[in-house]
Write a protein that binds this ligand. Structure first.
Ligand code: ZN
Length: 65
């Protein structure tokens, strides 16, 4: 039986900033109209965050603008 990593509290010693555009998800919603199967509907497949490039965070301190 394995216990959870005793030292892996998830706290990094590196400072990083959560992307304020995607909230750390790395993807942003991108709903757009589409016609699928002859029916018009909105498709929200999302797209890579243009700010962080899907990483969801920046190294160091990045103030929101
Ligand atoms: Zn982002």
């Amino acid at each position: 039986m394995n216990d959870e990593d005793p030292g892996g509290s998830g706290v990094s010693d590196q400072v990083h900033t959560l992307c304020h555009s995607c909230g750390g998800a790395g993807m942003v919603a991108d709903p757009k109209p589409a016609v699928i199967g002859g029916q018009a509907r909105a498709v929200d497949s999302g797209r890579p965050c243009p700010h962080c490039g899907t990483t969801g965070q920046f190294p160091g301190i990045v103030p929101p603008v």
